[in-house]
Design a protein around this ligand. Structure first.
Ligand code: HEM
Length: 184
């Protein structure tokens, strides 16, 4: 038995972990195979900090979907932990290249667009996607962000997201960590 993806009836199995894609899901594009552990909706708590601001707590909902083409669509929204009011949000596309490398294009209502390249590593319990921004583009009124780095690590039904940025004159520094749970 290999660890490669097997599917049928809208279900995938990778190693001992099973993933439901839904009965109506189109066939997954083969380039997305390593990203199967990301598919679906995730929810959970996050913590944010930066040298220039007060630390904060938030709730995050993150969805990765596919339409049978060689990318995953990503949609994220966050809320203030106490009040439930909306905080940051973002939407974009993960573009696996089939050789262990991957690209991410991502846009944010704060006027920031990030373009990343990085690596995808299949692991025993999921996948590890490590991304560094090739370019950060700012609208005229956006805050000054020069560099970013992102990491998404799936271990079974847990997704850990980390984000670093060089912003507001600071060097590359950790801003966010969320630990999300796969939603049924
Ligand atoms: C889970 C996603 C995120 C949440 C919940 C979040 C939340 C926050 C909060 C609450 C603040 C403090 C705001 C204030 O005190 O005025 C902040 C500041 C900031 N964030 Fe984020 N953020 C997120 C993602 C990002 C991303 C992706 C970027 C850049 C690409 C970013 C860049 C900044 C910058 C530049 C500041 C301003 C720091 C300053 O004014 O000194 N954030 N963020």
């Amino acid at each position: 038995m290999t660890n490669g993806p097997r599917h049928g009836g809208g279900r995938f199995a990778l190693g001992h972990v099973r993933y439901r894609l839904g009965m109506d899901a189109p066939d997954l594009h083969p380039l997305n195979a390593a990203l199967i552990p990301l598919l679906g909706t995730w929810h959970g708590p996050g913590e944010g900090a930066y040298p220039t601001i007060r630390s904060f707590s938030y709730g995050e909902t993150l969805t990765f979907g596919h339409v049978g083409k060689p990318f995953l669509a990503l949609q994220q929204r966050t809320q203030e932990r106490e009040s439930g009011l909306p905080l940051h949000a973002e939407a974009g596309y993960l573009r696996p290249q089939g050789d262990g490398t991957i690209e991410l294009v991502l846009s944010q209502p704060s006027g920031i667009v990030e373009i990343h390249t990085g690596t995808v590593a299949e692991t025993e319990a999921g996948v590890d996607v490590d991304l560094t921004a090739e370019a950060v583009h700012l609208s005229p009124s956006a805050k000054m962000v020069r560099e970013t780095r992102r990491r998404y690590v799936v271990e079974g039904d847990t997704l850990t997201c980390d984000f670093w940025m060089a912003a507001m004159g600071e060097p590359l520094t950790h801003h966010l960590r969320s630990v999300l749970t796969r939603q049924p």
